[in-house]
Design a binder for this molecule. Structure first.
Ligand SMILES: [Zn+2]
Ligand SMILES: [Zn+2]
Length: 364
């Protein structure tokens, strides 16, 4: 990831739209590994190309937790407001903005801005742009009542989609949708999804929509039961049996999607592949090292590939599928003031799928 930093607590700027409060609530990371605090932060004036969003909902992604801990090689710079599953209503646009209008409901995904002109941007691979800015990481994100986004990089949320569903779809949804695309799943392929949580419960559904026969792997029986409800044909509790042996008994996976934040799970996902199979790396464990054998990779003609979030087009497709009733989002709503408790619950595996903050503070 490439980042540059802009901050929540930037000084007062005049000219903020008349109906916009000058100060609003947001959950702020002041220092890595210390609890977030819900502060009053100061609204900043929009720059060219920007839009202000009054947020309704924002999901809690593992990436936000890594951001708050400063886990990754490229770190955000505190103080900052995390959140890249923000969904809300556009309340102000900078002069000249045509991509969105006041009153539109939009999602503010991880890819907050890209250069728009490099080889990656012009070839439909904007998530690889070296000059990108990431929402809730290189500029303030959705853990607040308001946020500023780049109008060209928000994605419209179609009418009829609950913003509390749209929020997890904006990262967990598009990330797993893209991973299934990258995996190349076709009808009758055996697809192993390692890790059933915020991402995995959606991955199961996208793999099934693509025609795959889905194997869900997790260490919690309740998550496996959920996966089965959402379309998994087989479930394996990796705490009770070896998923590699179990999947090889089924013939081996054509594709495995690694969503669990554990290098061991990545190695098991690799071991579960059949000849010619593809392993897609998606999760980003704090422990960055995984050991894979060269000999078996060559002899078995295996593909190992990374997949990072998805493009604006991918997210539009995700919303289209949800609007058509093809996907179910499993989530629980929490108050923004519970942000630290929610993080602790996600880290301890106590959350079935996704936590979505009710950032506006009104009942959902
Ligand atoms: Zn995310
Ligand atoms: Zn670019």
């Amino acid at each position: 990831m490439t980042t540059s930093t802009v901050h929540a607590a930037t000084p007062v700027v005049t000219g903020v739209g008349a109906s916009i409060p000058r100060r609003y609530r947001a959950a702020v990371v002041h220092e890595f590994h210390t609890p977030l605090t819900v502060d009053q932060v100061t609204a900043v004036e929009l720059a060219a190309g920007q839009a202000r969003v009054r947020l309704e909902a924002c999901g809690l992604c593992h990436t936000d937790i890594h951001a708050a801990h400063g886990d990754w090689p490229v770190k955000p710079s505190p103080p900052f407001v995390p959140g890249h599953e923000g969904v809300g209503i556009v309340v102000e646009v900078a002069s000249g903005v045509t991509e969105v209008a006041v009153g539109d409901r939009v999602a503010m995904p991880w890819l907050g801005h890209a250069c728009g002109s490099c080889d990656y941007c012009v070839s439909g691979r904007e998530t690889l742009c070296l000059d990108q800015k990431n929402t809730g990481y290189s500029f303030d994100g959705g853990f607040g009542e308001y946020a500023v986004a780049y109008a060209r990089y928000v994605v419209a949320v179609p009418d009829g989609i609950d913003p509390f569903d749209a929020a997890p779809l904006s990262c967990a949804g598009v990330t797993t949708y893209k991973a299934v695309k990258v995996a190349g799943t076709r009808s009758s392929d055996l697809v192993a999804v390692f890790g059933i949580g915020g991402l995995g419960h959606l991955a199961v559904q996208y793999a099934a929509i693509a025609g795959g026969r889905v194997i869900a792997v997790d260490i919690h029986d309740d998550k496996l039961a959920l996966a089965r409800e959402l379309g998994a044909e087989f479930t394996i509790n990796a705490a009770k049996e070896d998923p590699v042996e179990a999947i090889q008994r089924l013939g081996g996976a054509d594709q495995a999607i690694a969503l669990a934040v554990s290098p061991r799970a990545f190695e098991q996902a690799y071991g579960s592949l059949r000849r010619g199979g593809t392993l897609v790396f998606v999760a980003l464990p704090a422990d960055n090292d995984v050991t894979l054998p060269i000999f078996e990779t060559v002899i078995n003609g295996l593909t190992v590939i990374g997949s990072i979030v998805g493009t604006r087009t991918d997210l539009r497709e995700v919303f289209e599928l949800h609007g058509a009733g093809r996907t179910t989002v499993i989530r629980e709503t929490r108050a923004l003031s519970d942000v630290n408790e929610a993080i602790a619950d996600v880290e301890a595996g106590r959350v079935t799928a996704r936590v979505v903050f009710n950032v506006a503070g009104t009942p959902s």
